[in-house]
Design a protein around this ligand. Structure first.
Ligand code: DGY
Length: 326
């Protein structure tokens, strides 16, 4: 008998073909709407594996509804939507899609940094609304990127890919994180600093740590106050790492120049979210990895992980291999 699988969103055909060959599957058929919680709870009762997006939460209560579950393949590099201790305790292997979205997310981070520094969306709004009267010396002036100091919080795969792109802009690179990365220091000339010093010295602060108990609210009112009033904060990691109310106050109070945000503490962000009303916020709907090729690759990697784990193979990107060895 083939393993039974539930897929929480419509996936690209290439990923479905991988699953269909080895498993019997049911799937939430919509591409743009998440599966309702009650439907998901019902669907997972008899499955051996789930391919999930980051929009679904997997805590102990939900896992208890899936007594046969052995594999949870998350179609994301981040897995803060999954309680890893609960999964491990129940022998559920979790996999992610690290590695295949690094460059695409670094590209978007860079696009957001440039757009924020040079006020691109605001400038386009002026033009398209017919508010462009004349060329004037200080109209829509922004911050220089070339030669500015880049501060990276979290020098993991994506952090390093962002830093690599800055070399063409002659930016001194400073970074912080749990560990020093001697390779990044050698390759990029990056300098390790404690968080407070990084915030004081950076012109652009890029957030690239995963969301965890340790990083939730990492940038609060105290930390934002340390930043230069001319600095930009760029977050393409997870919204919960930044205290949004404190960020709003800092931006409105002129203590921080601008923010570029691809992620929000609660997603989707409401259209009347206070940060969306600010001209010095460039905001995107969590599209860091959204290129056609990368999203297709993420879906196929999630499918490969799921099938390998359910058919006795070795999943390419496990998160808690200790559960797998059980
Ligand atoms: C991830 O993979 O964690 C991103 O947030 C979505 O690509």
């Amino acid at each position: 008998m083939k393993p039974k699988v539930y897929i929480t969103r419509q996936l690209p055909d290439r990923a479905l073909a991988i699953i269909a060959e080895a498993c019997d599957f049911r799937m939430w058929p919509e591409a743009e709407n998440a599966v309702p919680a009650n439907v998901l709870d019902e669907e997972i009762r008899d499955v051996d594996g789930v391919l999930s997006l980051l929009t679904e939460q997997w805590d102990g209560a939900r896992l208890a509804r899936a007594p046969r579950l052995r594999v949870l393949a998350n179609m994301a590099a981040g897995y803060d939507n999954v309680s890893i201790p609960d999964c491990t305790a129940r022998g559920v292997l979790v996999t992610n899609t690290r590695g295949v979205l690094t460059e695409t997310t670094a590209d978007l981070t860079w696009a957001l940094l440039m757009a924020t520094a040079r006020r691109l969306p605001e400038a386009e709004r002026v033009l398209k609304a017919g508010r462009w009267q004349t060329w004037s010396p200080m109209m829509l002036t922004g911050q220089d990127v070339y030669g500015a100091t880049l501060g990276i919080i979290g020098m993991g795969r994506i952090g390093r890919a962002v830093a690599r792109r800055s070399l063409g802009f002659a930016m001194p690179i400073i970074y912080t994180g749990r560990h020093r990365h001697e390779e990044a220091e050698a390759e990029l000339g990056a300098r390790y600093l404690p968080l407070d010093d990084l915030l004081r010295q950076s012109d652009f602060v890029v957030v690239q740590v995963p969301l965890s108990a340790e990083t939730r609210g990492l940038l609060g009112a105290r930390e934002l106050t340390l930043m230069k009033p001319t600095a930009c904060l760029i977050n393409t990691a997870r919204g919960g790492i930044v205290d949004e109310a404190a960020l709003y106050d800092a931006l409105v109070g002129g203590r921080l120049w601008a923010a570029g945000l691809d992620v929000f503490a609660s997603e989707p962000a409401a259209h009347d979210h206070p940060l969306l009303g600010l001209d010095n916020v460039v905001a995107l709907p969590h599209i860091g990895s959204a290129s056609i090729a990368t999203r297709t690759r993420m879906a196929t990697l999630a499918a490969e992980n799921l099938v390998a784990a359910l058919t006795g193979g070795r999943p390419p990107t496990p998160v808690n291999p200790e559960a797998w060895s059980q």
